[in-house]
Write a protein that binds this ligand. Structure first.
Ligand code: UGA
Length: 432
């Protein structure tokens, strides 16, 4: 079976490598020549646990190929997966420029029948439009079927999520194409749901919006805990033990970030505007999240007044642990505010420092360890629950900091332990 994957971002690369791993012959295509030459040497340009090893293995065994030549990418392909980005446009809608360019490129280079599978997250109706676009470009003797196959993997656990997917969604109005794509996924042995093309598109947005809703909901409950004196960790545990609610995505914190939830909730909101439908919950989820991202900074301001000239350490920069992705990361918003306050800022992250340095340059001190970041600090902000931070010896904060004051946006430590260590510890939804 010959598979081509267009786009070597998180989704495209993980998809390509995993298809090669189950035995298919896979060609990954990207217009970024630099990236393709890096990948061809077995180096993975993104931080994704286990991906580089699997990539190297499949390159060596000859099942995985990389190219930036679209003709070469299309000639043999029986299935063409498109996994290019659909970033947020200025007005919040999904920008389909990369997708349309990829489709035009494929259309111009197809020489035989193929199934085009869209993995990119796209507004309802887009796949049908892509099908039409392809029909208009390709010669009449070539037949192309379009299938929607949204992706549900998480950054940082992409490989695990691919091999243990809760479901594989296949949306098409062409039954035969649906069967062929289902067959392709058989080696993964995961549940498959076949549906029409529009439902598949909406399953993706609705799933991300629902998970974002759980997070915003628990963050609201956490804020209520602070008013009422309840403890969010116990409240979330007690709620999550009800199987109808489920314990996942009930971790209160400093708001969701990343390249997916913020973008997809806004794109879904744009879609509802198009249909003139007021999706009230969705609007609130987005609003609650932007308010939540401010929580720690506001708490610090309330307690300390100005942060001008204060030595501030920010621990954790990525939007979540086990990734170097800082897109929409709460830490970035916080750092911007701290710079405005003219604080003296040091930062630590096990993976994302390089990306933060590209943004803020010499305005920050980049520490290699937690010790170096917090040395002499007046205040610590915890923004990502990396193990290096959650497992850090609490006793070292009072030892190294000028004042042991921590604002923890991820509830990394127990209240009793923090108190015993002599730390003034302010977290989310728990007593100060
Ligand atoms: C998310 C979805 O979980 C994937 O299923 C989906 O495929 C992906 O978006 C996508 O659309 O591509 P991802 O953005 O990688 O995956 O990260 P998550 O692990 O879902 O975390 C998202 C954000 O929510 C993070 O900032 C995390 O800190 C926050 N979060 C998550 C919480 O604040 N509390 C929780 O209980 C869970």
């Amino acid at each position: 079976m010959e598979i081509t994957v267009v786009g070597t971002g998180y989704v495209g690369l993980v998809t390509g490598v995993c298809f090669a791993e189950v035995g298919y012959n896979v060609t990954c295509f990207d217009i970024d020549e630099q990236k393709i030459s890096t990948l061809s040497t077995g180096i993975c340009p993104i931080y994704e646990p286990g991906l580089e090893e699997m990539l190297k293995k499949n390159l060596d065994e000859g099942r995985l190929h990389f190219t930036s030549d679209s003709k070469a990418a299309c000639t043999k392909a029986e299935f063409i997966f498109i996994a290019v980005g659909t970033p947020e446009d200025e007005d919040g809608s999904a920008n389909l420029d990369y997708l349309e360019a990829a489709v035009a490129d494929i259309g111009a280079n197809l020489t035989k029948d193929a199934v085009v599978v869209i993995k990119s997250t796209v507004p309802v109706g887009t796949n049908e439009r892509i099908g039409q676009m392809l029909q208009d470009i390709i010669p009449g003797n070539i037949h192309v079927k379009v299938v929607s196959n949204p992706e549900f993997l998480r950054e940082g656990s992409g490989i695990l999520d691919t091999f243990h997917a809760d479901r594989i969604v296949i949306g098409t109005d062409d039954l035969e194409a649906g069967r062929e794509v289902a067959q392709l996924f058989e080696p993964f042995g995961r549940p498959i749901i076949q549906t029409d093309i529009r439902s598949a598109e909406l399953i993706k947005y609705a799933s991300n919006a629902f998970l974002a809703t759980k997070i915003s909901f628990i963050n609201e409950v956490a804020n209520l805990c602070e008013y009422t004196g309840a403890n969010i960790e116990d409240v979330a545990k007690g709620m999550g033990m009800d199987e109808r609610i489920g314990s996942q995505f009930l971790k209160a914190g400093i708001g969701y970030g990343g390249s997916c939830f913020p973008k997809d909730t806004k794109a879904l909101e744009k879609l509802t505007e198009y249909y003139n439908y007021d999706f009230k919950i969705l609007r609130s989820v987005i609003e609650v999240n932007s308010r939540q991202k401010q929580q720690l900074f506001l708490k610090a301001k309330k307690m300390l007044g100005s942060l001008r000239g204060k030595r501030v350490a920010v621990l954790g920069l990525a939007f979540k642990p086990h990734t170097d992705d800082i897109r929409e990361a709460p830490a970035i918003e916080l750092i911007t505010q701290l710079i405005e306050e003219q604080a003296d800022i040091s930062v630590y992250d096990p993976a994302a420092v390089g990306k933060v340095e590209e943004l803020f340059g010499s305005r920050l001190y980049y520490a290699d360890t937690v010790d170096l970041a917090i040395k002499g600090a007046d205040v610590v902000f915890i923004m990502t629950e990396w193990p290096q931070i959650t497992q850090y010896d609490l006793g070292r904060y009072p030892l190294l900091m000028r004042e042991p004051l921590i604002f923890d946006g991820r509830n990394c430590y127990g209240l009793v332990e923090a108190e015993l260590a002599g730390i003034t510890y302010i977290s989310i939804g728990r007593k100060a």
